[in-house]
Design a protein around this ligand. Structure first.
Ligand code: UD1
Ligand code: CA
Length: 454
């Protein structure tokens, strides 16, 4: 990817619609596919063009959309469409933000997550003045129809509601993605009318208008699977299934072993190096990187974490945001790690919580260890040096540190720093009472017998 943004391209993502068929209080584009809001998929496709500017048009739930988009990409601008008067009207709300821009504009939908980078690159590279992304629909249904001329150029787009029988018989459909120069859009957007079956300002009228004025309009086609739009929960579930099927296939093709591919759930931004092994029922949230040769056993939940080469994780481990596992680290069953750095060779085998901690290289964390990082109001850090040995069932009451080569006794509640090479003991001294267990048992048995008589 070039260092300089592509000054010739800007992207507008339409995301103002209500999505009433979702039956949701959440704006449609914030529903997730691959652990990332759908608008994030459109933003990722946009980023692949390295555009000079990206604008999201928000309307329904604009506040929430703005927040989510800000988190996904702080450089993206938001245009507000107060009333949803049509796709043409939506683009018109974004154009003032491009008043000084003269390159190509590509319009995407926030609810259409699968448009590929290659397809967008083809559209940008096309020489026609307006380029529309079309597809041969298995069932053309209610899509807009692309009417082509004898040269295969695009004559006009006709919306389903406005089409006659002959036009409805056309199987080449409009995906909604369109590319045109900013100048052309500025010239024709004001000429759009709403005298049609929906009473909306259709973006799809632009090619016909531009052609009538002597410009050339063309169609780039893609596979129907790329154009899948989400309008209902059923389609959301289908989109998720398609996304996962693709990611699993990509991972396998890239040299990653998935022992039970159909049970592994990836996120949009999951990175896995070759020769990594992922066991069954592993769930990826956003922001996970696994380096080559690491192994994740079954039933792990991973989010916002980094697993280095040679590390083994799970089964049944949970890595939360900020978990950084160095080379050859071992995190075993029922271990949770959050916002903690585990240096090279650290072993945390069983039943442990590490939060807001740094563990030095080759330290061993015994079963049942807990960093008590939260006092009910604030979070505190635990620092453990290199080659330390934390005894089983140690409570590390943060803020606290354990030095290089130090140990803690099993069952200790560590509230003071343990210096390097020291043993920290924080537990009651053991006392043995000879014969007492036997006497207690006898007394209890007699009690039980005498109760049975009543
Ligand atoms: C649109 C196309 C149709 C195409 C279909 C593909 C038009 C007029 N029609 O129809 O040719 O086959 O997509 O799915 O463009 N939106 C706004 N503001 C608005 C209206 C829509 O932001 O005022 C956004 C929606 O949130 C959605 C996208 O634009 O992401 C498409 O709108 P939608 O109403 O779904 O268009 P369709 O009727 O499906
Ligand atoms: Ca739609």
């Amino acid at each position: 990817m070039p260092d300089q943004p592509n000054h010739d391209v800007a992207v507008i993502i339409l995301a103002a619609g209500q999505g009433s068929r979702m039956k949701s209080d959440l704006p449609k584009v914030l529903h997730k596919v691959g652990a990332v809001p759908m608008v994030g998929h459109a933003l990722a496709a946009a980023r692949s063009l390295d555009p000079a500017r990206t604008i999201v048009v928000a309307g329904h739930g604009a506040e929430l959309v703005m927040q989510a988009v800000g988190k996904l990409d702080p450089d993206v601008q938001i245009a507000h469409q107060a009333e949803q008067l049509g796709t043409g009207h939506a683009v018109a709300q974004a154009l003032p933000m491009l008043s000084d821009f003269n390159g190509k504009v590509i319009v995407l939908y926030g609810d259409t997550p699968f448009i590929s980078e290659d397809t967008l690159a083809q559209m940008i590279a096309h020489t026609a003045d307006v380029v529309v992304l079309g597809f041969e629909a298995a069932d053309p249904g209610r899509y807009g129809r692309l009417v082509t001329d004898e040269n295969g150029d695009l004559a006009r787009i006709v919306e389903f509601k406005d089409a006659d029988e002959a036009t409805r018989a056309i199987r080449l459909c409009n995906s909604g993605v369109m590319a045109a120069s900013a100048g052309l859009l500025r010239e024709f957007i004001g000429a759009l009318g709403n005298d049609n079956a929906s009473g909306e300002y259709y973006l799809t009228d632009i090619p016909g208008l531009a052609r009538a004025a002597g410009h050339r309009a063309a169609v780039v086609t893609c596979d129907e699977a790329e154009t899948l739009g989400v309008n209902s929960r059923v389609e959301l579930a289908q989109a998720e299934a398609i996304f996962q099927a693709r990611r699993r296939a990509e991972m396998l093709a890239d040299g990653i072993t998935l022992t039970a591919p159909d049970t592994v759930w990836f996120a949009l931004d999951t990175h896995v190096g070759r020769d990594a092994v992922i066991g069954p029922n592993v769930i990826f949230g956003p922001g996970v990187t696994i380096e080559s040769g690491a192994e994740v056993l079954g039933f792990c939940h991973l989010e916002g974490c980094h697993i280095s080469s040679g590390a083994t994780v799970g089964p049944f481990a949970r890595l939360r945001p900020g978990a950084e596992l160095g080379g050859n680290v071992h995190v075993g069953n029922f271990v949770e790690v959050k916002n903690s750095v585990l240096d090279e060779g650290v072993k945390v085998g069983h039943l442990t919580y590490l939060g807001d901690a740094h563990i030095g290289e080759h330290s061993n964390i015994g079963a049942g260890t807990i960093t008590c990082n939260y006092d009910g109001v604030m979070k505190h850090r635990t620092e453990i040096g290199a080659n330390a040995f934390i005894g089983s069932d140690t409570m590390l009451v943060a803020p606290v540190s354990v030095g290089d080569g130090a140990m803690t006794g099993s069952g200790s509640v560590i509230t003071m720093d343990v210096p390097a090479d020291a043993l920290g003991l924080g537990r009651a001294r053991q006392a043995n009472k000879p014969g007492l267990a036997k006497r207690i048992m006898q007394a209890l048995r007699e009690q039980k017998k005498s109760r049975g008589k009543h």
